[in-house]
Design a protein around this ligand. Structure first.
Ligand SMILES: [Zn+2]
Length: 228
């Protein structure tokens, strides 16, 4: 198998961060493939967004089913009866899925190795990590080493957003000239036609755009417009 050093697999959720990583990867690598995970999310809008973006850019896109995650944990992302709650210093947000990024990266690595691709790109971020331990740089370094050992393959995990905040992520997209791609992304936890503007994910997204002084190209439910 030839090592495809100029290729990368982007872990793509259809959200803002992973789409920014995609734009970053398109500048850095000759060929980019996308992988998304269907783990029983509350709604499929994210996955639809990922498909739409892949199609727009004419990129190969694989969706992998990981249904066991929702069987293992009860949380607001996979269980409609659990309310979406922001985290605090003493409590993780109710959207937390233990080990999710670890499972995603492992699955992506197995897929990447089959294609001879060592580069994995993920939008994890320590700055806004909301208490998710497997978003931290220390974890990424550790799993990179583990995946190399597990599969004897020179994996390299790229995390272009690791040390920047949401506003800088928006500015990064602006610099990459890909702001219009964000129009197709989905962030809201609610999954209605328009984003709610009120859930923790919407709030974080809106704050980033506001601080970057850039207009968010997605549409929000009308009641949330005042005060934005
Ligand atoms: Zn929302």
């Amino acid at each position: 198998m030839t090592l495809q050093k100029n290729r990368a697999i982007v872990l793509h959720s259809g959200g803002q961060d992973s789409t920014t990583c995609l734009a970053w990867a398109l500048k850095k690598f000759k060929k980019v493939h996308l992988i998304s995970f269907d783990y029983g999310q509350r709604h499929k809008k994210e996955l639809k967004a990922a498909k739409k973006i892949a199609k727009k850019l004419n990129l190969s896109h694989k969706t992998i089913k990981l249904p066991f995650l929702s069987e293992l944990t009860a949380n607001a992302l996979t269980d409609k009866t659990v309310k979406v709650k922001a985290g605090s210093e003493s409590r993780l947000p109710s959207t937390f899925v233990d080990g999710r990024n670890m499972v995603f990266l492992t699955a992506a690595a197995i897929y990447a190795k089959q294609k001879g691709i060592p580069n994995l790109v993920t939008g994890v971020c320590q700055t806004d990590y909301s208490g998710y331990p497997d978003c931290r740089n220390e974890f990424i370094k550790s799993i990179e080493k583990t995946l190399r050992l597990a599969m004897e393959f020179p994996f390299k995990i790229h995390t272009p957003l690791m040390f920047i905040d949401k506003a800088e992520t928006v500015r990064m997209m602006q610099k990459l000239g890909s702001l219009e791609l964000l129009k197709y992304t989905h962030t809201c936890y609610e999954g209605r036609k328009l984003a709610c503007g009120l859930c923790p994910a919407c709030k974080l997204r809106l704050k980033g755009f506001r601080l970057a002084k850039v207009n968010d190209p997605i549409k929000y439910e009308p009641k949330t417009v005042p005060g934005r």
